[in-house]
Ligand binder design. Structure first.
Ligand SMILES: [Zn+2]
Length: 279
């Protein structure tokens, strides 16, 4: 048997080995997930230092508790559950609990995480960054309980039942918070997307963003769906509203996992090694 390039082990395979005491498998699992944990921490805490702490504390907790993990849930739900508990502690400790909307200018000035894209001209580049900043600001402005649902479902890509498991609430509660969050974010970001919403809403138009969000979560029956489609065909306003929600959600999904800063990576690696060497 030759040892060729082995296919990348699945989360479950790594997890099984890690639970059996395989340190390399545990480290591989943690390294694989750290950009997502960091992104989640950034979205929830909105502070790089807090996000770094959340990352470190989450990975250490995973290392400490991996043997007790019973595998009833996926690695992702386990990891977000732990990360979320640290985010909540951070929020409680924060003196300022900065729920205020940051100014667009501030978001744009700080930037730095997105190098210019050579495929975009300077004007498109600016428009793109304004949209990103508006999305960021809109997500930040959400009530924490709605924000965490949107982040888990639309940025991290969990299913509604998985998000419900992380949050310890019912799937219906997840969905209703999600609809509220999506509609609020669309209302802020939509005007920047250049989607023509045509004529103003006429009497009798359905609440399209809400309906579309419910459709995405499988809550709309086929005949209601068919009625909606017929309405959209004849109503430019609702078509525009639907399109802007679609694009807003596509932007959420495209949120890149940020580069975890080198010093944070080093500190996390150091803390993990220290823990694992001692255990
Ligand atoms: Zn309409």
């Amino acid at each position: 048997m030759t040892r060729g390039q082995a296919p990348e082990a699945s989360d479950d395979a790594l997890l099984a080995r890690a639970r059996g005491g395989d340190r390399a498998a545990l480290e591989a699992l943690l390294v694989r997930h750290q950009p997502r944990v960091y992104r989640f921490g950034m979205k929830m805490c909105r502070d790089p230092e807090d996000a770094s702490d959340v990352l470190q504390e989450t990975l250490l907790t995973m290392a400490r508790t991996v043997r007790d993990f019973r595998g009833a849930s996926s690695v992702s739900t386990w990891l977000y559950t732990i990360a979320r508990s640290f985010c909540i502690k951070k929020r409680r400790r924060s003196k300022f609990a900065p729920e205020a909307l940051e100014s667009l200018e501030g978001e744009l000035e700080r930037d730095g995480s997105h190098p210019p894209d050579p495929a975009r001209g300077p004007e498109e580049e600016l428009a793109g960054r304004q949209i990103e900043a508006a999305l960021e600001a809109a997500i930040s402005a959400l009530e924490p309980m709605n924000r965490e649902v949107l982040v888990l479902r639309d940025i991290e890509g969990l299913t509604a039942p998985e998000a419900a498991e992380v949050l310890g609430i019912g799937v219906d509660a997840v969905k209703s918070r999600l609809h509220r969050a999506r509609v609020a974010v669309r209302n802020q970001v939509g005007p920047l997307l250049g989607v023509r919403e045509a004529a103003p809403r006429v009497e009798g138009c359905p609440d399209v963003p809400l309906m579309f969000s419910r459709y995405l979560e499988g809550e709309i029956s086929p005949d209601v769906c068919a009625r909606m489609e017929r309405h959209l065909e004849g109503c430019g306003s609702c078509r525009g509203a639907c399109e802007s929600l679609k694009r807003t959600l596509a932007l959420c999904r495209a949120t890149p996992a940020p580069q975890v800063p080198d010093d944070v990576l080093r500190a996390v690696r150091e803390a993990l090694r220290t823990y694992l060497d001692a255990s």
